[in-house]
Design a protein around this ligand. Structure first.
Ligand code: UDP
Length: 401
């Protein structure tokens, strides 16, 4: 099939760890690769945010990244991109009217959904939507601090009704989508995968101090990842070092984490590494005794799965995708979100119990390998794509199934 993946702000080619570059970039890059490996012709459309970018970049056989000129050719925060989605959609419609018309377009994030639905109205290409994050959930947790455009929630609902299918990444998201009014028969639960070539238990690891347990945490430096809760939990985990990967130089959250650690007397046990290249992430997971994933909410959460694929147990908050990926008491421990006391207790218990860590780690590896290979997600999506494009063909030709 010819498959268009639309990811307006999250390019598969971007550096990760900054405020707007993380899981969606990884997801789109790895999904494109898995679909191409299955024999599809994939084009990823993302906004041109640097004048030096060529229009097309062949990333690997079967995958081309296309830089769409919509808005200024410079970095713009994702929450400010809405005004350019009309131009993005018109550009897609014009491109799909030429010699490369996709059989299906799969939009990632609500703004890509708007651009794609607009292009689909002009071209008849069927549309699948993955939200990656939902405005209603963000508003519930962040209230006044939510910087999303005011129209987000309404537009997300409209996109959910306009597209042919919506992919949910976890059971929690399915419930949210149903509450948003997305018809149940249009929702397909297809979780992300993890790259089992990159994330393996064997291979080089970052050096560490002998005898000092290591808690690793990874993510974009946004408050909802709960890094402050993790630092608050540190006094309850004596002797352990806490290594946080992610963030960009000068990030205000880094300053707050350091101040808090100093107030709590744990500054010597907190290490902020900054952003790490995707290719180096496995080295950091392998160096850890446990991954602490502490979000307040999480649409899916790739980092717990990446750690599991490296045989590392997870202590995580019982939210969103973590409730599906981490099996409490088998591959890790789940604690309530924003509860440093419970987090500290769970981390201390696990770090003091090497047998439990080993058992969790091997069950985690098993689960990541068996339940979350990208090939499985790509298979399920291919079936969904075939279904929606078949439905659209029947609609346009007037044939009866
Ligand atoms: N990541 C990375 N370098 C960093 C920080 C994160 O490559 O310095 C990657 C990480 O390996 C994962 C993604 O960014 O693939 C984060 O995804 P997740 O779903 O955990 O969080 P999101 O960014 O979607 O909130």
């Amino acid at each position: 099939m010819r498959i268009a993946l639309i990811s307006e702000h999250a390019s598969p080619l971007a550096a990760l760890g900054g405020e707007d570059a993380g899981g969606q970039n990884t997801h789109v890059a790895e999904l494109a690769a898995a679909l191409a490996d299955a024999g599809n012709d994939v084009r990823v459309y993302t906004r041109r945010d640097d004048p030096a970018l060529p229009e097309c970049v062949a990333v690997r056989p079967g995958v081309t990244v296309v830089h769409v000129p919509a808005g200024p050719a410079e970095q713009v925060p994702k929450d400010d991109l809405l005004p350019y989605m009309g131009a993005f959609g018109d550009w897609l419609a014009a491109a799909w009217g030429g010699d490369w018309r996709p059989d299906v377009a799969h939009a990632h994030f609500w703004m890509s959904g708007l651009a794609t639905v607009s292009a689909a109205q002009q071209t008849g290409v069927p549309v699948v939507q993955t939200y990656h994050a939902l405005g209603v959930v963000k508003r519930r947790h962040q209230g006044d601090k939510d910087t999303s455009p005011a129209q987000r929630i309404g537009y997300e609902r409209a996109v959910g009704r306009a597209v042919d299918a919506v992919v949910s990444q976890c059971r929690d998201e399915t419930a949210e989508l149903l509450r948003m009014g997305v018809p149940a028969n249009r929702i397909a639960l297809i979780p992300s995968g993890v790259d089992h070539e990159r994330f393996t238990p064997d291979g080089p690891a970052e050096p560490r101090e002998p005898g000092r347990p290591r808690i690793l945490s990874v993510g974009r430096f946004v408050e909802r990842k709960g890094f402050l809760d993790l630092v608050r939990a540190l006094p309850a985990v004596p002797g352990a070092e806490c290594v946080i990967v992610g963030g960009v130089p000068g990030d205000p959250l880094a300053g707050r984490l350091r101040e808090l650690a100093a107030e709590l007397g744990v500054a010597d046990r907190l290490r902020l590494v900054g952003a790490v290249k995707p290719g180096d992430m496995a080295r950091w997971y392998r160096s850890a005794d446990v991954l602490a994933a502490t979000p307040w909410y999480e649409p899916f959460g790739l980092t717990p799965l990446e750690a599991m694929a490296c045989g590392v147990p997870v202590v995580g908050t019982a939210v969103g995708g973590l409730r599906d990926t981490v099996v409490d008491g088998l591959t890790g421990d789940l604690v309530p979100p924003r509860d440093p006391r419970a987090l500290g207790l769970a981390l201390r218990r696990l770090l003091r119990d090497p047998v439990r860590r080993l058992a969790y780690g091997s069950a985690a590896l098993d689960r990541a390998r068996n339940c979350y290979p990208w090939s499985r997600a790509a298979d399920q999506l291919s079936t969904l794509y075939a279904r929606v494009s078949g439905v659209r063909d029947r609609e346009t030709t007037g044939a009866v199934a």
